[in-house]
Design a protein around this ligand. Structure first.
Ligand code: NI
Length: 392
């Protein structure tokens, strides 16, 4: 097999140009019209059969290997975020209020580079590779819509791979593991209704603000007292609305937040405890309690077969590699989990910070940017992992 890393390095000017162009023109989920057009154009340019309009702006292309074998899918997400860019980069966003602040511009560039790498080696590919460019990963669960639109059918892949460039780790770091690697995301919405009144006469009111304070404090015991200390659970209150005037006790307080966990049983426990705490404390304080808790995205749980293929690819490409196999890389969530509910899938991470070059901000930060040298690393690893997976 060819040296995909050397070939990806040769393609670096191409990968970087694509990434920077997309970075200048970010588009939100299901609105990635320009992005999707570029993806389709680039894939057709190398002679691939392309299907557009999957979940509005998704694109699928097929690479048929010369040798018989199974079908696998490689997935790349393509959307940007409603963030106002503050990087000051020459290639900064030209769309006010929108930014590629998660690095999905890099994922598109990696995906198009992978298409070129694999297409040039069709004769060595034992099977078929389906490339999926997915819209609306950011909080919109585009994966679910893409699946509903038939992305996993005609032809049906038996396994899938996905990746994320990762600004929690330096360039050169690679992360892959079997089992959980990203958490599930739950969302809760709580309304406390008391009895408003004068701030100077609290005895005539039922104060939902004080009840809210007690609930927020008590909910911290879900992770510290109810969760097995060797497992992880996050309960964060992120929205707190109540009152308008400094001297008026409001009638209602509204709260929203998120629950993260790796194991479904931990998530279910946290949902149950949060409901009990809200109901119990709210009522004890005299309030009416309305609480709604839902799972938004399941945890990303890798299959061991795919993780082993990515590991072999990393060992082949980057001898003496810095491969992190600890798993449970982040409490962040990813809609890649929806594919894993249908077929075995593996999601891996490619380190992309560089302190010397000033790429130090985290994902979704207005100054987020990453070291472009992660592009050839990510593309080579994805292409090689696909071959390893097909061969096994
Ligand atoms: Ni992302």
């Amino acid at each position: 097999m060819s040296d995909f890393y050397q070939e990806a390095l040769n393609l670096f000017p191409y990968s970087q140009a694509i990434r920077r162009d997309l970075h200048m023109h970010p588009e939100l989920g299901f609105q990635e019209v320009r992005t999707s057009g570029i993806i389709a154009r680039e894939l057709r340019e190398i002679g691939l059969e392309v299907t557009t309009g999957i979940a509005k702006t998704g694109v699928i292309a097929m690479i048929d290997g010369a040798k018989p074998g199974p079908i696998i899918m490689l997935r790349f997400d393509i959307d940007a975020l409603p963030v106002s860019e503050q990087t000051g980069a020459a290639y900064a966003s030209q769309n006010p209020g929108l930014m590629h602040a998660c690095g999905h511009d890099g994922h598109v560039a990696i995906g198009l580079t992978v298409a070129r790498l694999l297409n040039a080696h069709r004769d060595e590919i034992p099977g078929t590779i389906k490339l999926l460019f997915q819209p609306a990963e950011e909080g919109m669960n585009g994966a679910e819509v893409v699946i509903r639109d038939g992305a996993l059918e005609n032809p049906a892949p038996i396994r899938c791979l996905g990746l994320h460039i990762w600004n929690e780790q330096p360039v050169g770091w690679l992360g892959v593991a079997a089992g959980p690697v990203m958490a599930s995301a739950g969302v809760f919405h709580l309304t406390l209704t008391g009895k408003g009144g004068h701030g100077a006469m609290p005895h005539q009111t039922i104060d939902p603000v004080v009840a809210a304070a007690q609930i927020i404090t008590a909910a911290q015991t879900i992770s510290s007292r109810n969760t097995d200390p060797q497992k992880a659970c996050v309960v964060s209150f992120c929205v707190l609305h109540g009152g308008e005037a400094f001297n008026v006790i409001p009638q209602t307080v509204e709260m929203k937040g998120t629950i993260r966990a790796f194991e479904p049983e931990v998530e279910q426990m946290a949902f149950k405890r949060l409901a009990e705490i809200c109901q119990g404390i709210g009522e004890a304080m005299g309030c009416q309690v309305e609480i709604k808790i839902d799972n938004l995205t399941p945890a990303v749980i890798n299959d061991s077969f795919g993780a082993a293929a990515v590991k072999r690819a990393a060992e082949n490409l980057f001898p003496g590699h810095n491969l992190d196999e600890r798993g449970r890389f982040t409490m962040g969530a990813e809609d890649f989990a929806f594919y894993q509910k249908k077929i075995p899938g593996t999601f891996f991470f490619v380190g992309s910070t560089n302190v010397e070059k000033g790429f130090v901000y985290g994902h979704h930060h207005p100054k987020f940017d990453f070291d472009d040298s992660a592009l050839p690393t990510g593309a080579a690893l994805m292409a090689q992992a696909a071959i390893e997976l097909l061969k096994s």
